[in-house]
Design a binder for this molecule. Structure first.
Ligand SMILES: *[C@@H]1O[C@H](CO)[C@@H](O)[C@H](O)[C@H]1NC(C)=O
Ligand SMILES: *[C@@H]1O[C@H](CO)[C@@H](O)[C@H](O)[C@H]1NC(C)=O
Ligand SMILES: *[C@@H]1O[C@H](CO)[C@@H](O)[C@H](O)[C@H]1NC(C)=O
Ligand SMILES: *[C@@H]1O[C@H](CO)[C@@H](O)[C@H](O)[C@H]1NC(C)=O
Ligand SMILES: *[C@@H]1O[C@H](CO)[C@@H](O)[C@H](O)[C@H]1NC(C)=O
Ligand SMILES: *[C@@H]1O[C@H](CO)[C@@H](O)[C@H](O)[C@H]1NC(C)=O
Ligand SMILES: *[C@@H]1O[C@H](CO)[C@@H](O)[C@H](O)[C@H]1NC(C)=O
Length: 821
């Protein structure tokens, strides 16, 4: 087994960002520029981009066959240098001159064939040196100046003896010698001379060596902190004898057994562990992967231990009287165990996990026992629990989880009132007292896990006596009817509540009324659709709310605004969020509160099709804004258009009417009766002339000509345009136009004239008679459409003050009105 040790705890870890410096020099670094990793880039030099402030450099898996003086730039802050598998063959005297302050040097997996005497010796501050898998043949490496050295790892080499060089006696802080997987086959008295002189707290790892023989006395009176001899002996005979050879050793923790199952090593001697009785150890870790048909005396030499850890052991029963055992761990026992652990007055912690059927035959009278973990044993406990734990008033942790079924007695925890942590999860719980009031005696209980116990809670205040309860886990159970509204009453200390997967559809607003100290509430995998309950003021301490995997498709803004102020983690992942423009406020809230939503990437829109998985935070809000703007713009446009059209209609109502009437008149043929002979268009400022002259001469002449004058003949109350057209133009055979300066200035006159002209065009009659009352300038006459044409063609009558001329004028006018020209 090769070792890729990275010094731990030197730097806090670490977010990497990629730096690039041309070529192949791609190293990652942490944000503080203290840790660089150039691992596996096949570099042949140290990149210049590495700053002198670097403290840890991982340069493993590169190409540095020869370490020479100028290889490293000055990196005087460097503490940890990892040169694992860099094909290093040669180390020059001053190779590490520029990195002389390193405390950890890792040279694992380099085929080092030559090291100059001062190559490593210049690293005066070195504490940890890893030379694993470097082809070392012995421990005679030039390290004599490394007096600060604490750990030397020379595992996976070809070293044949544990004899240490004499200079190591001066290594006052030396504490770890790792010699695993070497070629050590025998340990003799003179091999351990230096080790014996070093005294101190050394951890010696000899695992996976092919040891055949240990000379008795080789370890006599040697003090070790830890000795690992797992998978160290070539055979069981060697192990049996070897353990005896270790007699007289004093060791804090002894690790024995096999790493891997070896079916060839079948145990035939039930007492093969007897040698352990000669070793003074406090803790023993026994990993037993060997095979035996019979019961082995595993425990008999462990009676003086304070801590025993047995993994995969083939112990049958525990009829041994331990003198000072404080902790006992049994994991994955391969034989059914008959547990009789009574009267262990020193035992404080008992862990029995994942073992083949265990027969609990009394465990009593263990006054110091505090921690009991019996999880994962397929236990089938009837009439639990006081009966099984009598005389153990100090138990504060009881773990019965992952068992088969537990039938609780009527007062199951009587006499166990010190329990603070009780874990029964994933074990079917059956109780005579379906009300769960039996927790009554557990006044000190802080932590209760009854998740997935196949329990159904009724409408009772089941936990009201648990005045110290801070954590309650009850996921995967059921509540009958509205039991949820009652069950948490008076559980005032509760800080964390787990209610996942309980089939909860709604939560009464008062259900959590007593939980004013609640900080974490887990409600995932239920069927909730609303979050109203979370806005209640008594949940003021809530900082975490997990409602993932429910049926929430939207949350109203007022609910979101009223969530507890200290809420800093809201989990809404895997809800069928409705992503539509109508939810835009909710979606915007989600997008703007991603810090609050720790799992925001998992909040996706309700799946529309199988392969479409749209994250809510990617929803196109802009699209909705555009839609909204477009709608508003269209409305505004429509209103403006209507107003504009109305204005136009209002403004041009004459023309419209006029057009309409033209059309109407055109249809109404020509045989209509005329009410007047002529309609007079004139400016009201010329009214004197019209009345005194025109009316006088035409209406009173012979035959009388019936004129239509707007002052006189227009129907009152009728729109003026209608009058002009109906009465004037259409009701008269001819139109007389009185042209003067006033006429030209009057828009009404111009309008009437234009109407008359259009009428004339349609009727194809020359029915317009122009009277020039006074001379108008040509420029001005052009302003009136059509007038200029009449003037140019001399088709007009001209008025002059001269009486003789007037005679002619009247005769011609009369003729024009009556006949046509
Ligand atoms: C690494 O570099 C060495 C020397 O430059 C070269 O011989 C070797 O092929 C390279 N290996 C890879 C995997 O690029
Ligand atoms: C190692 O220590 C010896 C004796 O103290 C000294 O002479 C020698 O220079 C040291 N070597 C290095 C590389 O520091
Ligand atoms: C061994 O280490 C322990 C603590 O780790 C310390 O209390 C004890 O004094 C050490 N013994 C020697 C001999 O250094
Ligand atoms: C346990 O300790 C006692 C007293 O220190 C000693 O007599 C006995 O031999 C020890 N037993 C074993 C198995 O180490
Ligand atoms: C109880 O044991 C189970 C299984 O070993 C473990 O997962 C759980 O964390 C333990 N409970 C407590 C409260 O330590
Ligand atoms: C619950 O607490 C209230 C107030 O602290 C108390 O009046 C009431 O008696 C308690 N109810 C129960 C059943 O303990
Ligand atoms: C909210 O958090 C602040 C700061 O952590 C704390 O002082 C305050 O008491 C908390 N409020 C509630 C209601 O728990």
């Amino acid at each position: 087994m090769s070792v890729f040790c990275i010094a731990e705890g030197i730097l806090p870890l670490m977010v990497f960002i990629l730096i690039q410096n041309g070529n192949a020099e791609e190293c990652t670094k942490d944000v503080y520029n203290r840790y660089y990793s150039c691992e596996g880039r096949n570099l042949t030099y140290i990149p210049t981009s590495i700053p002198s402030s670097v403290e840890k450099l991982d340069f493993s898996f590169n190409w540095l066959p020869s370490l020479q003086k100028h290889l490293f730039p000055p990196l005087y802050d460097l503490q940890v240098l990892d040169l694992t598998r860099c094909q290093i063959q040669f180390i020059a005297d001053d190779a590490f001159h520029n990195v002389k302050n390193v405390t950890t040097l890792i040279l694992t997996g380099n085929p080092i064939s030559y090291t100059s005497p001062d190559g490593l010796n210049s690293l005066h501050k070195l504490k940890r040196l890893v030379l694993a898998d470097t082809g070392l043949l012995s421990l005679s490496v030039q390290l004599n100046n490394l007096t600060k050295l604490q750990e030397l790892n020379v595992g996976t080499n070809m070293i044949q003896t544990i004899a240490l060089p004499r200079f190591m006696i001066n290594f006052k802080d030396f504490c770890v010698l790792d010699l695993h997987a070497n070629k050590i086959s025998s340990l003799k008295v003179d091999h351990t001379a230096v080790l014996r002189e070093m005294k101190g707290n050394i951890t010696l790892k000899l695992s996976s060596n092919p040891i055949l023989h240990i000379e008795p006395g080789a370890f006599k009176d040697i003090y070790l902190k830890e000795l690992n001899i797992q998978s160290t002996f070539v055979s069981f005979d060697a192990m049996r004898d070897g353990l005896k050879g270790l007699g007289g050793l004093h060791v804090g923790k002894l690790l024995i057994g096999l790493y891997v199952v070896d079916r060839s090593k079948v145990i035939y001697d039930a007492n093969y562990l007897d040698g352990l009785c000669l070793i003074n150890f406090r803790e023993i870790y026994f990993l037993q992967k060997d095979f035996s048909d019979s019961e082995i005396n595993v425990l008999q030499c462990m009676v003086n231990a304070t801590k025993i850890i047995l993994k995969r052991a083939t112990i049958g029963s525990m009829h041994v009287s331990f003198h000072q055992l404080k902790e006992l761990y049994i994991y994955r026992s391969r034989m059914p165990i008959v547990l009789d652990l009574s009267h262990l007055h020193t035992l404080e912690k008992l862990v029995l996990n994942d073992s083949k059927p265990v027969y609990l035959h009394g465990m009593n009278d263990m006054p110091k026992l505090q921690h009991v973990d019996l999880s994962g044993n397929q236990f089938n406990l009837v009439d639990c629990c006081s009966r099984f734990f009598t005389g153990m008033p100090n138990i504060h942790t009881l773990n019965l989880s992952f068992n088969s079924i537990i039938y609780l007695s009527n007062n199951p925890f009587a006499g166990l009132d010190s329990i603070e942590i009780l874990d029964i999860h994933l074990t079917t719980l059956r109780s005579l007292n379906a009300q769960f009031k039996f927790f009554k005696s557990l006044k000190r209980l802080r932590y209760l896990d009854i998740s997935h116990t196949d329990s159904t809670f009724l409408r009772t205040m089941a936990f009201r006596y648990l005045i110290s309860l801070k954590v309650l886990k009850m996921a995967g159970n059921r509540f009958q009817g509205d039991a949820l509204s009652y069950i948490f009453k008076n559980v005032t200390s509760l800080e964390r509540l787990y209610l996942s997967n309980c089939g909860i559809q709604n939560i009464d607003r008062r259900a959590f009324e007593s939980l004013s100290n609640l900080r974490h509430l887990f409600l995932s995998q239920n069927k909730l659709t609303v979050l109203d309950f979370a806005t209640q003021s008594y949940l003021k301490s809530l900082t975490l709310l997990d409602v993932g995997m429910n049926s929430i498709f939207s949350i109203p803004l007022h609910t979101l605004k009223n969530l507890p102020t200290n809420l800093s983690n809201l989990d809404l992942s895997f809800n069928p969020i409705e992503c539509s423009c109508s939810q835009i406020d909710f979606i915007k809230w989600l997008v703007n509160h991603q810090q609050l939503l720790r799992q925001s990437a998992n909040i996706s829109c309700k799946i529309l099709s199988q392969d479409l998985n749209l994250r809510v935070i990617d929803f196109d809000i802009e699209g909705c804004v555009h839609m909204r703007r477009l709608t508003i713009a269209l409305c505004v446009f429509a209103v403006t258009f209507l107003v504009f059209v109305s204005l136009l209609i209002y403004k041009f109502q004459f023309y419209l009417r006029y057009g309409y009437i033209l059309l109407r008149g055109y249809r109404a043929s020509r045989q209509q009766e005329w009410s007047y002979d002529a309609f007079v268009i004139y400016s009201s400022k010329d009214e004197a002339w019209v009345m005194d002259e025109l009316v006088e001469n035409l209406e009173n002449g012979n035959p009388p000509i019936h004129l239509c004058l707007h002052v006189r003949d227009f129907e009152a109350g009728k729109a003026i345009t209608s009058n002009i057209i109906d009465e004037g133009i259409m009701g008269s055979r001819k139109v007389i136009v009185v042209v003067s300066k006033h006429f030209i200035e009057s828009s009404w006159c111009r309008f009437e004239f234009e109407v008359a002209q259009s009428w004339q065009v349609m009727e194809r009659n020359a029915n317009i008679i122009i009277i020039i009352l006074e001379e108008v300038e040509e420029e001005k006459s052009k302003k009136v459409f059509g007038l200029h044409k009449h003037l140019k063609n001399n088709t007009y009558l001209k008025w002059s003050g001269n009486p003789i001329n007037n005679m002619t004028f009247w005769i011609r006018l009369r003729k024009a009105v009556i006949t046509g020209n």
